[in-house]
Design a protein around this ligand. Structure first.
Ligand SMILES: *[C@@H]1O[C@H](CO)[C@@H](O)[C@H](O)[C@H]1NC(C)=O
Ligand SMILES: *[C@@H]1O[C@H](CO)[C@@H](O)[C@H](O)[C@H]1NC(C)=O
Ligand SMILES: *[C@@H]1O[C@H](CO)[C@@H](O)[C@H](O)[C@H]1NC(C)=O
Ligand SMILES: *[C@@H]1O[C@H](CO)[C@@H](O)[C@H](O)[C@H]1NC(C)=O
Ligand SMILES: *[C@@H]1O[C@H](CO)[C@@H](O)[C@H](O)[C@H]1NC(C)=O
Length: 625
């Protein structure tokens, strides 16, 4: 079964574990993750001493006799193992994906799928009875009666039947001893009938997603197409086309174990105000601040932000720039050149960097985004990784032997977003509630509804809808819609925001609260050029209405090739659940009112996932037939 292991770049960006931890702690009862000991001072780890690993690559298709490409069958397990994050750190306990315990890596192997050729994956859970990171079972909806760590895999950006979508209640524990209410038996089927592009897979178990990803359960997935190779001629091959998976982590000084603080209910440790927030360890492909040797030529990097909360504003030294060729899972119509860009959690940038134009023999990839984005203080530039550029004695203009290029047109054939196609407009409001009196727990809700409330979003298959996403929260939670792709049409700030919020808290009805009136004359914000294509994650501005054109059909076809209306259904959610500190008195009021009016039960049934179910239905035309 075409599975090939090569050393591949493992890129980790240091992410805000502290923020993560504090966030989690505020949603849980106070409990330390055990082990004690302070945090490792990240400055004590020497930078750029580990080479960027290449994660093992697993081919998601087979080659039959005569070179015929056939469906691929993979078995990927989740293992309790260790990973070396840095030369000077001991082996650190992780949960990792791999074809065996010995082969398991953090991040997991890169799955290489072929457009139009199905990949079947049997995901197996070999995790122990207890999690090694803090997890309060009384709050996690995934609560196996038998012990064990619930897991379920979601292929982010994948267009697949909902029984293979990794529904958060489709979780299972080791040996399938215990399964969630929406469990589907293996294997998961990924049809890969979608445009070539970048996806990633990660754990999605209800209430445990953040903890399981933090433990190491995430990896890259590519859909390739022969249509890319000749016509585009972008840098290709294992050495020149690399995945960089960024995340940040904190470690205990005592034993190098992963640190997650579950006792974060002290306002003094809100990560917004902690310089340590930036003191975390940025990992690329599982190594802290790695380096990569490159030649003076073009390379392609598919950069995934797999951190839980950290936004990266990435830039390169040595005069280098990024040429974006795709965003998330879809190629752009034409390349977009930037000196720096912002990558939200779970967003993917697909860029070409031409090291031939470097003004020195090293280049450092840096991040200078404030945390939490978009706070305006504590901006600090931190290194992510270093490129050591081969000194070949040639001048930077002599790189004629680089046969790759970035063509002026990439994939212009995808339909252009056309609002006239939309059959209806929905308003999706993001709220943030904080319990009065203490700053725990904080609740992030969509349309003032909990995940477990009955489904209200039932788009018809084949339809296109306008979603006006109203962000009334103070922190960045990139929105992700399963199955669909969307395009950002417009973002406009609300005027008289306090008044609007106040009304929304009472009525939860944007129309009745005069959203149109509040939008009149509001400032327009253009999406960055590289984010104007079809996407599956978007950073929705605070205090604004973001109009998305959401497409419930494939990009290249009018129908899905499977029955999208059956199975447990899909979800839309904010990808990362960073629970911000309440920053204004308004929020405190919000809390009180909301708690009283909408959700007296939330203290017991908390769901900080900011997630809602979505059920695709047959179009009315089908129903009449
Ligand atoms: C994978 O499984 C499918 C369906 O069982 C089969 O048709 C295909 O040949 C298998 N692929 C390989 C490479 O064995
Ligand atoms: C974890 O959080 C607690 C309570 O907020 C705090 O006192 C403690 O210092 C934190 N631990 C570390 C290592 O940051
Ligand atoms: C990853 O996403 C997190 C969460 O939004 C964000 O804080 C961080 O800056 C992002 N990292 C990159 C490299 O974009
Ligand atoms: C809520 O918090 C405010 C401000 O801290 C306080 O004045 C008020 O008494 C609290 N209300 C309740 C019900 O605890
Ligand atoms: C809502 O606005 C906040 C504040 O910037 C931001 O952090 C958050 O990500 C936004 N929500 C979404 C879904 O982008």
């Amino acid at each position: 079964m075409g599975e090939r292991r090569s050393r591949r770049a493992c890129v980790f960006a240091v992410a805000a574990l502290v923020l993560h931890a504090v966030a989690l702690g505020r949603g849980e009862e106070s409990r330390s993750s055990g082990g004690g000991g302070g945090l490792l001072d990240a400055r004590r780890l020497e930078k750029f001493v580990d080479e960027l690993p290449d994660m093992p690559r697993l081919r998601g298709y087979g080659v039959a006799e005569g070179g015929r490409i056939v469906a691929g069958n993979l078995t990927i397990g989740m293992y309790d193992t260790t990973w070396k994050f840095h030369r000077d750190l001991p082996h650190t306990r992780v949960f990792a994906y791999g074809t065996s315990k010995e082969a398991a890596t953090v991040p997991g192997p890169t799955i290489e799928a072929m457009q139009g050729v199905p990949t079947y994956v049997t995901w197996t859970n070999h995790l122990p009875a207890r999690h090694f990171l803090p997890w309060d079972r009384t709050l996690a909806a995934a609560s196996p009666g038998t012990g064990g760590v619930p897991t379920v895999v979601h292929l982010h950006g994948g267009v697949q039947h909902s029984t293979s979508d990794g529904h958060s209640l489709a979780w299972f524990t080791a040996g399938l001893a215990s399964t969630g209410p929406h469990f589907s038996p293996p294997p998961y089927a990924y049809p890969n009938r979608q445009p070539p592009g970048n996806l990633w897979y990660h754990d999605h178990a209800m209430g445990l997603t953040r903890v399981n990803i933090l433990a190491g359960l995430a990896g890259a997935y590519r859909v390739s197409s022969p249509a890319e190779e000749g016509p585009l001629n972008l840098p290709s091959g294992a050495a020149l086309d690399r995945n960089l998976v960024l995340f940040d982590r904190d470690f205990r000084a005592s034993d190098g174990s992963l640190f997650m603080n579950a006792t974060g209910n002290n306002p003094d440790v809100h990560p917004q105000w902690q310089p340590e927030y930036f003191g975390g360890v940025v990992c690329v492909n599982g190594k802290a601040w790695p380096f990569l040797r490159v030649a003076r030529r073009r390379y392609r990097f598919r950069i995934l932000n797999a951190s839980n909360a950290r936004f990266f504003r990435l830039a390169l030294s040595a005069g280098l720039r990024f040429v974006h060729v795709a965003s998330d899972s879809v190629y752009l119509p034409a390349p977009v050149d930037t000196a720096r860009f912002l990558l939200a959690p779970s967003e993917i940038a697909d860029v070409v960097v031409d090291f031939a134009s470097a003004t020195s023999d090293t280049a450092v990839l840096t991040d200078d985004a404030p945390a939490p984005y978009p706070g305006d203080n504590n901006v600090e530039t931190i290194a992510v990784m270093k490129f050591v550029i081969e000194a070949d004695g040639r001048s930077s203009s002599e790189h004629d032997d680089d046969p790759s290029r970035v063509p002026a047109r990439l994939m212009p054939q995808y339909p252009r977003p056309d609002p006239k196609e939309a059959s209806l407009t929905r308003r999706i409001t993001m709220y943030e509630y904080t319990k009065n009196g203490t700053d725990e727990p904080t609740h992030l809700y969509l349309n003032a509804r909990a995940y477990t409330d009955p489904v209200t979003e039932t788009p018809a298959e084949g339809s296109t809808e306008l979603w006006d996403v109203i962000n009334l929260t103070d922190d960045n939670h990139p929105l992700h819609v399963h199955l669909a792709v969307f395009a950002v049409l417009e973002q406009r700030s609300l005027r008289g925001l306090d008044k609007f919020k106040d009304c929304m808290v009472r009525r939860n009805d944007a129309g009745a609260c005069g959203v149109e009136r509040h939008l009149a004359g509001g400032r327009r914000h253009d999406a960055p050029r590289q984010e104007r294509g079809w996407k599956n994650v978007f950073k929705v501005r605070p205090g604004a209405v973001t109009r998305l054109l959401v497409r419930f059909k494939p990009l290249a076809e009018s129908r899905f090739d499977f029955d999208v209306t059956t199975g447990p259904g899909y979800v839309y959610h904010c990808h990362v659940s960073v629970l911000p500190a309440p920053t204004s008195s308004l929020l405190w009021d919000l809390v009180l009112l909301i708690n009283l009016r909408f959700m007296p039960q939330i203290l017991d049934h908390e769901d900080n996932e900011m997630m809602r179910p979505m059920k695709i239905v047959r179009s009315s035309i089908d129903k009449m037939q």
